[in-house]
Ligand binder design. Sequence first.
Ligand SMILES: Cc1ncc(COP(=O)(O)O)c(C=O)c1O
Length: 395
Amino acid sequence: MKRISSLEKKYVQEVLDSQFNSKDGAKFNKLLEKKFKKKFKCKYAIPVANGTAGLHIALLTFGLSKKDEVIVPALTMSSTAISVLLAGGTPIFADIDPKTFLIDPKSIKKSINKNTKGIITVSLYGLMPDYKEIKKITSKKNIFIIEDNAECFLGRSLKNITGSYGEFSMYSFQSSKHITCGNGGIITTNKRDLYEKAKEISNLGYPISGKKSFTRNNIQDPNFERHKVLGLNYRLPELCAAVAYAQLERIEDLIRVRKEAGKKFKKIIKEFSFVKEQKVPKGYIHTYWCFPFVLNFKNKNIWFKFKKIFNKNGGDFFYAAWKPAYLEPLFKTIYSSTVINKKYSKGLCPNAEYIQERVVQLKTNYWAPRRLNAQLGILRKTLKEIEYEYLSKNL
Ligand SMILES: Cc1ncc(COP(=O)(O)O)c(C=O)c1O
């Protein structure tokens, strides 16, 4: 199987053949929106320029000010926290559950105060967090949830798919994700008012409904007032929508490839006592955007030994985890100018910091089984060498 098939090429060609004729201008955006809603069982969907833009739009609908706090997990790609800053709010970092590597409901509970406006939950690596507990905490409070499902398409937690729990759900189509168009994304919601606000913000504030809608007649009227609210141009280009739509038609196959790789990697790491896996709670379905495992030695430098041996053995490119955002230089500067006066230094979220320095994130998008099988052998060989070298040394 190929990641980009003749279908993506066919749809792209269709857009090019249309000469970007404005009459057909949004054909694939509309098809993408319709199919996504059906597949992800939600009422509204808005294709957007990228996942970060999607989070930004969703947050802007809630009109944050600096004293408004949004809780985000400490272990994730930094767009989650950056989008809160972009929307004018203040990110507060919750620690992770050391077993699942996902935002810990206990830490959420501790972080909530009178300024808390919302939570961005992240389905890290393709696994949804514990929404049963999270909802228990937020149910009697006026706190929004935005699901960051950039890394999780059609995952399940207790029979519910991604997007079932939040006011919004965001999916990324960036090049490493389950379905891609190079860069792009989509946000979904089940609430009409939020959809309308988000749609307008994503499209320069153009009105979407009522008397002032963007009809041909209105465009041909010099008195037409276009800008109802302040918005951004976060539209998904039609060429990208064509690719994303083809990928959506093939989504089951694209997810299956990753899940199969995840299952096979899991079998290998179970042979090694010093390797800690991401626990998948009962009733959850992991979609394995990547396959994470922790080299569970006190000495974090074993990670670098692993990297060296894995590369020497012919291992494929793999990712290190993102630093907790609050340890990034950007956040250090930003925090000195926020209204909250807290220390954002090492030790704030110890579980996230421990895992972040020791986790290996293997890619799972193997389109040729032969290549995956070779990597499985290389992983086992590497872990055996680590076991031989370091396990007995009590590191
Ligand atoms: C968890 C998470 N959130 C947000 C993003 C941002 O998405 P994008 O790159 O499409 O802006 C990504 C990945 O890129 C991600 O992995």
